[in-house]
Write a protein that binds this ligand. Structure first.
Ligand code: HEM
Length: 97
């Protein structure tokens, strides 16, 4: 589950944990259209994203990682990314799905 279908649908394993070492990428998780438009509440989305990170990315998360908060997810989610791949490339150079 969550392996995606590269190159169009990225995997949700390991990469996300690595991204969390870059501050601008925390909000990214809630700003991709799939997340932002998901028919779930802000607190549910926060839980889903924290679950994805804990379940599929535990080995790559930075040691000092702090869980996403409902506040930051709520805020980020209003700023839906029209071009997630561009944002990912601009803010997280190790672009590689
Ligand atoms: C709660 C629901 C969802 C969550 C939490 C979620 C989460 C994510 C995350 C974290 C990424 C970024 C992955 C990366 O850059 O490595 C992503 C990207 C992506 N997701 Fe989802 N997703 C959800 C629903 C969906 C749905 C319903 C679809 C398609 C029907 C979808 C299709 C995609 C695609 C195509 C990308 C690549 C970026 C883009 O082109 O938008 N996602 N998703």
């Amino acid at each position: 589950m969550g392996e995606g279908k590269p190159p169009n649908v990225p995997t949700l394993h390991d990469e996300l944990g690595k991204m969390m070492s870059v501050n601008a990428m925390r909000g990214y998780l809630a700003r991709v259209p799939g997340s932002a438009h998901a028919p779930i509440s802000n607190s549910e989305l926060t839980e889903v994203l924290n679950w994805l990170l804990a379940e599929f990315n535990a080995e790559t998360l930075p040691k000092n990682f702090k869980k996403l908060t409902v506040g930051e997810v709520t805020e980020a989610r209003t700023q839906i990314l029209a071009n997630p791949n561009q944002y990912r490339e601009d803010h997280w150079k190790a672009y590689e799905f």
